[in-house]
Design a protein around this ligand. Structure first.
Ligand SMILES: *[C@@H]1O[C@H](CO)[C@@H](O)[C@H](O)[C@H]1NC(C)=O
Ligand SMILES: *[C@@H]1O[C@H](CO)[C@@H](O)[C@H](O)[C@H]1NC(C)=O
Length: 191
């Protein structure tokens, strides 16, 4: 065998291994899409390292192959909140249980600035203007805050602010986002 054909063999072996790893990862991360009707009570729920959060991806890009929208069911324990963040997709919330505060900063100034505060409550719905920094906070001492969240253009690419005075240009990209990490990284981790 010449050096060239040995190289070709090595390359095709590498490609084949790559393909099988990718197939494994995608079956792991899209298995919940295998049946049309799924029981949310049996879906994987996790805090993804954020204490007090219970997140379920009801219908997701990486998990179920969604192209245009993604839907989450999220429960925030008393006192817990999302990071201050922005994203260039649309986002709609429906509050199912509990109450809390929506904090909304500005995208037209250099930094978010002092946020506007809105009370949110069971059966309230609100949408976040594209690219406006925001935070949802369960300020109740006793009750969970549960919401159904719909975003467009998944998977979400979020920029996180340490506080409301961080300039927009200094917000840090968190991608893949917490619940997208496992499926997004799976092929890379195996290599
Ligand atoms: C959905 O899952 C929950 C939890 O396992 C179970 O109690 C419930 O009976 C399931 N619903 C149906 C219709 O199978
Ligand atoms: C939300 O509104 C619907 C429609 O009016 C109503 O049937 C439901 O009971 C309400 N739920 C809560 C938690 O207020």
């Amino acid at each position: 065998m010449g050096a060239l054909s040995r190289a070709a063999h090595a390359l095709s072996f590498l490609l084949l291994s790559l393909l099988s790893i990718t197939a494994d990862a995608s079956s792991l991360c899209s298995k919940q899409g295998s049946s049309l009707v799924r029981n949310i009570s049996e879906a994987t729920q996790s805090d993804f390292g954020r204490g007090g959060l219970a997140h379920i991806t009801v219908a997701g890009a990486l998990l179920h192959g969604m192209k245009e929208v993604e839907i989450w069911l999220q429960t925030f324990a008393p006192g817990t909140r999302t990071p201050i963040h922005r994203h260039s997709c649309e986002e709609v919330f429906v509050v199912l249980k509990g109450k809390g505060t929506l904090l909304l900063g500005s995208s037209s100034m250099k930094q978010p600035g002092t946020p506007q505060e809105f009370g949110i409550y069971a059966n309230s719905t609100f949408s976040i203007p594209v690219n406006d920094p925001h935070q949802v906070w369960n300020r109740d001492e006793h009750e969970d805050l549960q919401m159904l969240v719909v975003i467009s253009r998944p998977p979400v690419k979020a920029f996180i602010y340490d506080d409301w005075n961080v300039p927009h240009t200094a917000a840090k990209l968190k991608f893949p986002y917490y619940w997208d990490e496992e499926c997004y990284n799976a092929p890379k981790d195996e290599l």
